[in-house]
Write a protein that binds this ligand. Structure first.
Ligand code: NOJ
Length: 570
């Protein structure tokens, strides 16, 4: 998520500048609006995803330990409506149902995460391994494989065991590196015969910035100016260690791949003729994606981060930079620890240069960058406040990855859009539009030579959206959270995404337009829930509607019959 306060207000300026700003690098010579009809390379992997805390529920069941998100969400005032992930989609109990939804979509892969405290309740392997937790993931993995769906497994999607937070301060402490490595090693040992795609961390930018700098996410710490850099430093070391563990101990027999999933939003200069804006936009991307990708591909932090944070630290009168340093040995140990790069991408910003004075109290990650983020008011923003649909930014980001990091193998690990709705809306035309345009920009990027091997729609289900609770829905499937059975209903985008998958791309304009029309026909705004495909898990729901109706009818009929009898007696 991007900070709300950072979204700019210079709309008038934007309206003038965004048109020229959009026409620069030669790999986007095509007009933005032009749609590219064509197919993806053979074997391209189509998927959808979710994560443990966002979907599983069963927060205190079968021996699971507490995570920092269990504790954080139970504190009043941290999450919209004080929602928690205690039950969420109850995915823990619905493996079979959910795998049938994936089959309906004809997915090639499913991306999910393993809850560390479900396997290791205290986070520490020597304390206790929870076999019930192992059984749950065994069941999920086996069921996916039986249905020919490849599991892509994330080891850390933000749910650190609470004990590790309380005892050591979580990612502020270097000891996490070894604890995480032991957890990862256990996963390789128990699941690695079947899992061939491992992601160490999901979106460490959020863990560092929102967990330790702004405090919007668990563990909710506000260690401004240092907390995020320190957390990131340990996360990068932990990632590298786990990659080496797999490389030396497991790769030979298991033959899998280990990568990391980074979030990368694109930053476009407000004024492409202004060198300062060009540099500011580059800085925006380097402070976000580059912060993690540059050490992993090149061995050290981006030069621009070292320069800016170092200079500002000196101005504050500090003896050393707030950005920690890697020793030469650490640099070579970290460099090259990525078999594939996961990219989570949702949106784009216009960026302009803005100097921030560096005072002791004002210095933080955001001000270190010396820039301002702006948006074009014409960009669609159907859901989350920070999420504007800007498809062309996706192609630019993918090309940036190609040129900066030596054209690595890429899996898009997250891409999608949310809605903020009070009432049920299954006719999600804006999501169809978003997927259509973003997937098309990815296709263009592949034609540019970017090595994208797979795409993960985010997300399969509506789910717990962190500090936004259940107020933002990213799912292809709608989940009725008010019903204790958490029934799932397909939104129109299910039909559309399914067609992209079965055609492995976009055949021609007429057909793609037909897909859209048909998808929207399958839902109707007046009778959305009942118009949706009936699924087994809906049965309960239907019963709840039917039973009162039958009851009411029986009472009415009995009353009429009684009146009829009474009349005859009179
Ligand atoms: C990125 C996070 O990894 C994911 O868990 C979340 O659902 C999306 N952002 C949308 O906010």
């Amino acid at each position: 998520m991007l900070p709300r306060c950072a979204v700019g207000v210079c709309h008038v300026l934007m309206l003038v500048l965004c048109v020229s700003a959009a026409e620069d690098f030669d790999w986007t010579k095509n007009h933005h609006g032009s749609f590219y009809y064509g197919t993806f390379p053979a074997g391209f992997s189509w998927g959808a995803g979710g994560s443990a805390y966002q979907t599983e529920g069963a927060w205190d069941k079968d021996g699971k330990g507490l995570s920092i998100w269990d504790v954080f969400s139970h504190k009043k005032g941290k999450i919209q409506q004080n929602d928690t992930g205690d039950f969420s989609c109850e995915g823990y109990y619905k493996v079979k149902d959910d795998v049938s939804l994936m089959k309906e979509l004809r997915l090639n892969h499913y991306r999910f995460s393993i809850s560390w405290p479900r396997l290791l309740p205290t986070g520490i392997k020597s304390d206790h391994v929870n076999e019930k937790g192992i059984q749950y993931y065994d069941h999920l993995i086996n069921h996916l494989l039986e249905n020919k769906i490849t599991p892509i497994v994330t080891l850390y999607h933000w749910d650190l065991p609470q004990v590790l937070q309380e005892k050591y301060g979580g990612w502020q402490n270097i000891s996490m590196v070894n604890y995480f490595n032991e957890f990862a090693n256990l996963c390789f040992e128990r699941f690695g015969d079947r899992v061939k795609y491992w992601i160490t961390f999901n979106n460490p930018w959020s863990v560092a910035v929102e967990g330790y700098e702004t405090g919007e996410h668990a563990p909710g710490l506000r260690l401004r100016g240092t907390g995020a850099y320190r957390a990131a430093h340990h996360i990068i070391k932990a990632h590298a260690k786990v990659w080496h563990t797999y490389d030396t101990q497991w790769r030979g027999k298991q033959k899998g791949l280990v990568g990391i999933a980074l979030s990368g939003e694109w930053g476009e200069p407000v004024d492409i003729s202004n060198q300062k804006d060009i540099e500011a936009a580059e800085r925006y991307v380097q402070f976000h994606l580059g912060w993690f990708a540059t050490p992993i591909f090149h061995g050290d932090y981006p030069q621009v981060m070292k320069d800016f944070i170092g200079r500002k630290s000196v101005q504050q009168g500090l003896g050393t930079s707030r950005l920690p340093t890697f020793s030469p040995q650490e640099k070579s140990y970290i460099k090259g620890t990525c078999d594939f790069l996961g990219i989570g991408h949702f949106t784009t910003r216009y960026i302009t240069q803005k100097n921030n004075p560096s005072g002791r109290s004002s210095s933080n990650y955001f001000s270190d960058r010396d820039l301002a983020e702006l948006v074009d008011p014409r960009w669609p923003d159907p859901g989350s406040e920070w999420l504007y649909a800007v498809p062309w930014g996706f192609r630019r980001l993918l090309n940036f990855v190609k040129t900066q990091y030596g054209n690595p193998m890429i899996y898009v690990t997250e891409n999608g859009v949310s809605e903020k709705m009070l009432c049920t809306e299954l006719c999600d035309e804006w999501r169809i539009q978003y997927y259509k345009d973003y997937i098309n920009e990815m296709l263009k990027a592949i034609k540019d030579g970017v090595n994208v091997k797979g795409y993960t729609a985010w997300s399969l289900l509506d789910k717990f959206e962190w500090d936004e609770g259940f107020s933002e829905r990213f799912g292809l499937y709608y989940v009725d959270f008010r019903n204790k059975n958490k029934p799932r209903y397909p939104k129109a985008s299910v039909q559309f995404y399914k067609r992209i998958i079965s055609s492995n791309g976009f055949p021609n304009q007429r057909e793609v337009e037909n897909w859209r029309r048909k998808a929207v026909e399958t839902c109707s705004s007046s009778n959305q829930l009942l118009a949706a495909d009936p699924l087994t898990s809906h049965m309960e729901m239907v019963t709840e509607i039917v039973v009162p109706t039958v009851c009411t009818l029986s009472i009415l009929l009995s009353a009429i019959f009684l009146m009829f009898l009474l009349r005859r007696r009179n």
